[in-house]
Design a protein around this ligand. Structure first.
Ligand SMILES: Nc1ncnc2c1ncn2[C@@H]1O[C@H](COP(=O)(O)OP(=O)(O)OP(=O)(O)O)[C@@H](O)[C@H]1O
Ligand code: SF4
Ligand SMILES: [Mg+2]
Length: 340
């Protein structure tokens, strides 16, 4: 059974007089101990998926899904308190903007201490508990590569360099020894040694603690080094999903191919907000969504049949949503089955 399962998640955002469908039947699973990358151009909906998982959405937005479960528990229909408990202990998120996730009015030492669950601290006098929390905080900082902890413990968030804030967010996320870590582009802009250090730490925790990671990134080189499986998202629709090796070797969806072609030999990561050089045009805004397959206006293979939204199809563990998948010339449109 998947540890995290999202099935047919749609998210509606009100804009003026109408509601736009920002996520359109997105599906994604994460098994215990799996590292899955979630990739797609800027604006494809990666952060919205994360916010839907943790339930951090404005009340005016509406979520529809066949299910969103953690370890078999229905996240959508449990109480706010139960969901918060799961987020506090089992699913940790490192947000895209580290400084906005830290409380500007509280010193770093207090914020790290706060992230350590009470159960991890032995009973004793207040000062003994404080000392134990402080020791754990320092060891977490060392784990993520902040060696000179004295320099930062007494600081407020605005006094920290960005890469230290990013590392602190990761340290705080790991404090509860979660089962799932979701990182939203959290190594963005880090210099390469620091990034390698963080990615190694995550790989190590994955191997030694069976930590499952949902790794959201624009950095295709890191994705190919880190993740075994990958889900590709375009404009709120899941377009392809499967083993990283298989997607790289034989992408079935034109968008996946364009994404891979955009990062020649993967030596450069795709900068945020960058356009895909392999495809004309840009990702549409939510107010101007094409009908059917949302890649239609940019897709080199589009045909009239593509005004019908393609349903997901599966070949072994490889899933794709396209009427005319690459490498399968015998597939002839929406209502035909794939013949292998
Ligand atoms: N608060 C909001 N109100 C209205 N629309 C929003 C809001 N947040 C996101 N969106 C829209 O939802 C879509 C998906 O946004 P999202 O932030 O999930 O993209 P992303 O894939 O995380 O991009 P990036 O790689 O730049 O982080 C975009 O079209 C964005 O404009
Ligand atoms: S369904 Fe049509 S428009 Fe969409 S990716 Fe496939 S070929 Fe292109
Ligand atoms: Mg984002």
């Amino acid at each position: 059974m998947a540890l995290l399962e999202i099935k047919n998640l749609s998210l509606y955002i009100p804009t003026g007089t109408e509601q736009v469908k920002a996520l359109d039947k997105v599906s994604l699973t994460l098994a215990a101990g799996e590292i899955k990358a979630l990739v797609g151009e800027s604006g494809s909906g990666k952060s919205l998926i994360i916010r839907s998982i943790i339930g951090a959405l404005p009340e005016t937005w509406s979520v529809k899904a066949d299910r969103i479960t953690y370890d078999g528990q229905d996240l959508l229909n449990m109480s706010r308190n139960q969901r918060r408990q799961i987020m506090r202990r089992d699913i940790a998120v490192v947000f895209q903007e580290p400084t906005s996730a830290l409380d500007p009015s509280v010193k770093i030492s207090a914020q790290i201490q706060e992230s350590i669950p009470d159960e991890f601290i032995d009973k004793g006098f207040i000062w003994q508990r404080w000392k134990q929390r402080q020791q754990i905080s320092i060891s977490l900082m060392h784990k993520v590569g902040i060696k000179d902890h004295e320099r930062y413990l007494d600081c407020y968030p605005h006094e920290l360099p960005t890469d230290i804030s990013q590392k602190l967010m990761i340290a705080m996320a790991l404090a509860s020894e979660p089962k799932i870590l979701i990182t939203d582009d959290s190594t963005r802009g880090m210099e390469s040694t620091t990034k390698t250090q963080i990615l190694r730490l995550l790989s190590k925790l994955n191997k030694t603690k069976n930590l499952a990671v949902l790794f959201v990134s624009h950095d295709l080189l890191a994705v190919t080094n880190m993740a075994e499986t990958m889900t590709v998202l375009y404009c709120g629709q899941t377009v392809e999903s499967g083993k990283v090796k298989s997607l790289m070797k034989k992408p079935l969806h034109p968008y996946t191919k364009a994404l891979l072609d955009s990062a020649p030999s993967f030596q450069v990561s795709l900068p945020p907000k960058s356009e895909l050089i392999a495809l004309k045009g840009t990702i549409p805004t939510l107010q101007h969504l094409p009908i059917g397959c949302r890649l239609g206006p940019r897709c080199p293979n589009a045909k009239k049949e593509c005004v019908v939204t393609p349903i997901p199809r599966k070949i072994h563990e490889h899933q794709y949503s396209c009427h005319f998948p690459l490498h399968f010339p015998n597939v002839k449109g929406p209502d035909k089955e794939v013949h292998l």
